[in-house]
Design a protein around this ligand. Sequence first.
Ligand SMILES: C[S@@+](CC[C@H](N)C(=O)[O-])C[C@H]1O[C@@H](n2cnc3c(N)ncnc32)[C@H](O)[C@@H]1O
Length: 221
Amino acid sequence: MKQKKAGRSNPNRWQDHYTRKAKKENYPARSVYKLQEIQKKSRLIRKGDRVLDLGCAPGAWLLYAAEETGPSGRVVGVDLKPVTVALPPQASAMTMDAHDLSMPGTFDVVLSDMAPDTTGSKHVDAIRSIMLCEAALEVALRSLRPGGNFACKVFQGADFKAFSDRVRAAFAGHRIFKPESSRKGSREVYIIATGKKETEIETDSETDSKTGSSSAENGQH
Ligand SMILES: C[S@@+](CC[C@H](N)C(=O)[O-])C[C@H]1O[C@@H](n2cnc3c(N)ncnc32)[C@H](O)[C@@H]1O
């Protein structure tokens, strides 16, 4: 059966376009184009970088970040859900909650595309999104090298400005970015922060560090 083309008046026209494009280019999600736009705008990832990707399933950002780092880099993904796509040798994924993450070592870039399951209440969704962002920022402050970069998806709501100000204080550069490939009606934006400052910033759970020992690494290459 012939598929009906999305017309200009269709609000999901972009979604349809990017979903089709992702399928054609073998990415498991259209979200890859948001990271491509972020990368084009701010050049967060460089060849040979070590990248931590929070909320990585189904794996589109992992694949794209691994292209950007090249084989000399390293990309580690974390998600509640397993990643089932085949990954290149420089990328891997762990199935775990980002709140439980205690990542040893230092990264050049921390990305978070984490999103809560939506409830239908914009207010509740925004609060849940900020909680994930706080977790992502905490991980970034712990595991980024000085000068490292951070990008984080946020659903705009009541606590957005306070969170954005916290990021601004910890990094030399800061911008709020709405990718073209993001659905127009969605309240999501990305905070892009570059150049983590050297200053030690105390995080909420400084005294409550947990281990990620129950994690299962997806060794698919
Ligand atoms: C929009 S999807 C990410 C898409 C991904 N960037 C890609 O390109 O394939 C959001 C993801 O955040 C994950 N997530 C939500 N809460 C999380 C948490 N507490 N820890 C880890 N991942 C989480 C969800 O399981 C979901 O897979």
